[in-house]
Design a protein around this ligand. Structure first.
Ligand SMILES: [Zn+2]
Ligand SMILES: [Zn+2]
Length: 402
């Protein structure tokens, strides 16, 4: 048993937000079990782990312990051989009380059972009929959501159950973006096969001064690096970086960054708290006007979040060919349209113009702020410098195209 204890103060957090507690793992160890105890009323300590060969998992503030064995691990952590040598249990000093936050970490080496993940609880996905939006060049619009969480971080559903829920909402693709880990990636292919959904491997790089999603087959990206490091890692490994919920309170984007990401989450579900606010559009225009806007529900659990697809990101893909690569290529090329839900009003570029679909009674607003009432279920509007939006009679955004 290895025990580390002490008290973290605001000065410690200011000096270095990640603290490493060494644990010696002997040759032949079958399992590592870690428990972290601290007063949750006096701070938030994130928890994670690195082995001698690199990243082994992260659970942020969602758990007070984890187990890693060769064959299984607590969600958020990577199963596999335990290399002999010095491991590091990481504490992230997310919030520390002025009077200090006392903690004790215990690490045990031994044989531990990791409970099997529960089998999918939901019935097989019942997918609503595909919505056939008009699309140029033998292509089709795939409906998706670029931001969601599972038990691999602070969500409550398994990957399988989340995929079933997303399919039942009429989505074609979903990015699973657990915080600072990739332990969910191995479960994506089976859940995709079972539901017919395209599941994009994702990870939400999560820090005290901003969050960003990394989409694609990049492997784990080191969230401890700078935002420019994130950008380099994503682009050099075939991924796409997206700044998340840039204006969402204490999760707003405040990280220094000299480059600009290819995508920005202009439409996060938190926009529905202030649906008439121009702030997300103004931020996009001033911070990264060339970035492609995307939407994300940031779904965590039933009951208290916007369900998957609110908002929906539509990506135009070659007909019959939507897979991870084609969805990523469509995002990178800006072939997107955003709408408040999978079934609501939507505005798509089509045949050199814009088409407002199922938007009777809404108002179209172009890039210069000119307004025009929409009458009918399929209304052609002139294209021109964007972004173009559909808004309701109170000014809340219903749909957006760059
Ligand atoms: Zn976030
Ligand atoms: Zn999130």
């Amino acid at each position: 048993v290895t025990v580390h204890s002490g008290r973290w103060f605001p000065d410690d957090r200011a000096a270095a937000p990640y603290r490493y507690l060494p644990v010696d793992v002997p040759r032949g160890a079958e399992g590592l079990a870690v428990r972290l105890a601290y007063d949750r009323s006096a701070g938030v300590l994130d928890l994670g782990c690195f082995g001698p060969a690199g990243f082994r998992g992260w659970s942020g503030g969602a758990r007070d312990g984890f187990v890693i064995t060769a064959g299984a691990a607590t969600p958020g952590y990577l199963p596999g051989e335990l290399e002999a040598g010095t491991w590091q249990v990481v504490l992230g000093l997310h919030r520390v009380a002025p009077t200090g936050t006392a903690y004790e970490m215990q690490a045990h080496i031994g044989r531990f059972a990791v409970p099997d993940p529960p089998p999918p609880a939901r019935a097989p996905a019942v997918r609503p009929a595909r919505r056939a939006l008009p699309a140029d060049d033998e292509s089709q619009w795939a409906a998706g959501d670029l931001h969601s969480h599972t038990v691999h971080s602070d969500g409550t559903l398994s990957v399988a159950d989340l995929a079933t829920l997303a399919a039942s909402r009429g989505l074609d693709f979903l990015a699973v973006t657990d915080h600072n880990t990739v332990s969910h990636h191995t479960e994506l292919p089976a859940a995709a096969a079972r539901t017919g959904l395209v599941l994009l491997p994702g990870q939400e790089l999560t820090t005290g001064d901003g969050h960003a999603n990394c989409f694609g087959p990049t492997g784990w990206v080191d969230f401890r690096g700078s935002a420019d490091d994130w950008l380099t890692s994503a682009s050099s490994r075939g991924g796409l970086l997206s700044i998340n919920h840039p204006l969402a309170g204490d999760c707003a984007w405040r990280r220094p960054m000299s480059g600009r990401p290819p995508l920005v989450e202009v439409w996060h579900s938190s926009w529905t708290w202030f649906p008439r606010s121009p702030a997300p559009l103004d931020w996009w225009r001033s911070y990264a006007p060339a970035a492609v806007p995307v939407g994300g529900s940031d779904w965590h659990r039933p009951g208290n979040d916007a369900p998957p697809g609110s908002p929906t990101t539509w990506v135009r893909c070659q007909a019959g060919q939507s897979d991870v690569d084609t969805v990523l290529a469509g995002l990178a090329a800006g072939r997107v349209a955003l709408s408040a839900s999978p079934s609501g009003p939507v505005l798509v570029p089509y045949d050199g113009a814009l088409l407002a679909v199922d938007a009777d009674g809404s108002v179209a607003v172009d890039g210069e702020g000119r307004r025009r009432a929409v009458r009918g279920d399929r209304v052609t509007l002139p294209s021109g410098p964007g972004p173009h939006r559909l808004v309701d009679d109170r000014g809340a955004t219903l749909a957006l195209v760059p």
